[in-house]
Design a protein around this ligand. Structure first.
Ligand code: 4G3
Length: 224
């Protein structure tokens, strides 16, 4: 899967995706992250990409032409992959939405800054607006990184056998059961006996009960 990212801070994106499972997914060719620096399409030699808002008021607005030219550098005159704008006004990201995006071969992520983008670039190129949660960030980059992380691990081949995702939170609508490893005793706390019993059906049953019990306590909204 190809992630194109329109951003003023490509280094922030490239650094974030170079580690851990995303880094491995890039090196193995299962995903690729292609950042386009909107600054490279500035309207003048001063590198200007923003201006004061028509109608007055504080802050700056990102100008449409540099964003459009950056976008055109990805798509040329051909058909475009979906353009997702990360904004607090978008549909809130869920595991289901991440699964839908992971089925696409290519997307373009648009990261805004300042007070936002000129509305006309949103009308012109954006096909979907997504929020990573109900809070405001200084820029869209952390939101784009979150979205790419959630989607990448669903792209076939990105997760190795060792980090399989069939038992995890949300895959069956419940939270994960608790995990334990050595030592058998830590500061007086023991590992639940069932996990060292070798009785696989009892272990499976215990894990299901734990998942349900902790979902009821921590996230009752996931059950009703
Ligand atoms: C557009 C995304 C972008 C408009 C971006 C602010 C939060 C999210 C921005 C705007 C962002 C989110 C940049 N903050 N919840 N900040 O996904 O008002």
């Amino acid at each position: 899967m190809i992630f194109n990212v329109l951003t003023l801070f490509p280094e922030m994106i490239n650094e974030a995706v170079s580690h851990s499972i995303m880094g491995r997914g890039i090196r193995s060719g299962h995903i690729s992250v292609n950042c386009v620096n909107i600054r490279d399409f500035a309207i003048n030699k001063h590198g200007q990409v923003d201006d004061s808002p028509y109608g007055g008021g504080a802050g700056m607005v990102m100008m449409a032409p540099p964003v459009y030219d950056a976008y055109k550098s990805i798509v040329g005159e051909g058909t475009s992959p979906p353009v997702i704008y990360l904004s607090p006004q978008g549909r809130v990201l869920t595991q289901k939405i991440a699964e839908e995006i992971a089925a696409l071969p290519e997307i373009i992520l648009l990261c805004g800054h300042y007070e936002g983008l000129d509305e006309r670039i949103i009308e012109e190129i954006v096909t979907e607006e997504i929020s990573i949660g109900d809070y405001v960030l200084t820029g869209g980059e952390p939101a784009a990184i979150v979205l790419m992380d959630a989607v990448s691990r669903l792209v076939p081949g990105v997760l190795g056998k060792a980090d399989s995702y069939k038992d995890e939170s949300f895959s069956d609508g419940l939270l994960e059961y608790p995990h334990y490893t050595r030592p058998p005793e830590f500061r007086g706390r023991m590992v639940p006996e069932v996990l060292t019993s070798g009785h696989h059906s009892n272990i499976e049953k215990w894990r299901q009960e734990q998942s349900l019990a902790r979902t009821k306590v921590k996230r009752p909204d996931l059950i009703v």
